[in-house]
Design a protein around this ligand. Structure first.
Ligand SMILES: [Zn+2]
Length: 318
């Protein structure tokens, strides 16, 4: 009897502890699910965003140069057009990237990212690499068939012992804990590129997300490439877009723009005759404000990220 009684006791204790364990595991599973599905618990538990993210679209004329200063204090430069003399810069009324960095007292770059090998995106890097300490160079896999600067660039990277990383669609770049950086293009399968269209089809498209604010940097992706990008669906929705194509006619695929649904559209360009109506009309229909480096000079965006509207844009020319 004693033994039976004891067994019964033991049994009921086991049942109780099993139930408790099951309950705890269920709570843990729900917690983990919520953490993955809703990182900020639907706004009830706001993310801690320590500092602002800063993105500067430097006016380099007909080209791109985008400086990212992360909340953790790291500096990344996406593209560097305009490898010109100070005199030329003065005449053209554009900024040289090196002067821009010097003014901000930046002497080290944690990374440079080359979206494609056209000189208006890339040539400025030759001086930047000579002048600055650069940790990592991110580049697309495809090599240009002809671009003499490319060979100088590879030699310089070797000489200065810069870590080289290939990027392709799907890669997540580790640019700091609070900042999400994903490569959306190019697909990995191309290795040699020659024509302008091949360069642009293979250009690196980068998505940045900080808290509730998203920024899409489109390099010079073609309208066909934009159509391809639509496979990412709703996740493309971004408050800010850097448009591809430097404000030229036939550079945008309207359904892609509608999917992104930007509030601010940035165009880095030297405009001879203003923007084509096809571009201004599509953006105005979406209610997006247009900023061009031609008209507004350097364009800076500061992102707090706590709400969808927590960012501000300032320009050095009104
Ligand atoms: Zn290009």
């Amino acid at each position: 009897m004693n033994r039976y009684y004891g067994f019964k006791q033991e049994g009921s204790f086991k049942t109780f502890s099993t139930k408790l364990a099951a309950l705890l595991i269920s709570f843990l599973a729900i917690f983990c699910f919520l953490l993955i599905a809703m990182p900020d618990f639907a706004g009830l538990w706001p993310q801690k965003l320590s500092e602002n993210l800063k993105i500067d679209f430097i006016n380099v004329g007909d080209g791109d140069a985008i400086l990212i200063q992360t909340p953790a204090g790291k500096n990344y430069l996406i593209d560097s057009g305009a490898c010109i003399s100070p005199e030329e810069a003065n005449i053209l009324k554009v900024s040289r990237v090196e002067d821009y960095l010097r003014n901000l007292k930046i002497d080290k770059l944690d990374g440079i990212l080359i979206t494609h090998w056209h000189n208006n995106h890339f040539s400025g890097f030759l001086r930047i690499i000579r002048l600055y300490e650069v940790q990592t160079a991110y580049k697309i896999t495809a090599k240009p068939v002809s671009n003499s600067d490319y060979f100088d660039y590879t030699e310089l990277c070797k000489m200065k012992n810069i870590e080289k990383k290939h990027i392709a669609a799907g890669d997540i770049l580790n640019w700091g804990e609070e900042l999400f950086v994903q490569v959306l293009n190019p697909p990995t399968h191309r290795h040699k590129i020659d024509t302008t269209i091949e360069h642009h089809e293979n250009s690196a498209v980068i998505l940045l997300r900080y808290g509730k604010v998203q920024i899409l940097l489109c390099s010079d992706i073609t309208p066909d490439g934009q159509k391809e990008l639509m496979k990412y669906g709703e996740s493309l929705k971004s408050q800010i877009i850097k448009l591809p194509g430097h404000g030229r006619e036939n550079t945008l695929f309207e359904p892609f723009l509608e999917l992104v649904n930007p509030k601010k559209a940035i165009i880095s360009a030297k405009l001879k005759e203003g923007l084509p109506y096809s571009i201004t009309d599509s953006l105005e229909n979406l209610g997006a404000e247009i900023y061009t480096t031609h008209n507004h000079g350097n364009i800076s965006i500061t992102v707090g990220g706590k709400t969808e509207e927590d960012y501000r844009l300032i320009t050095n020319i009104d």
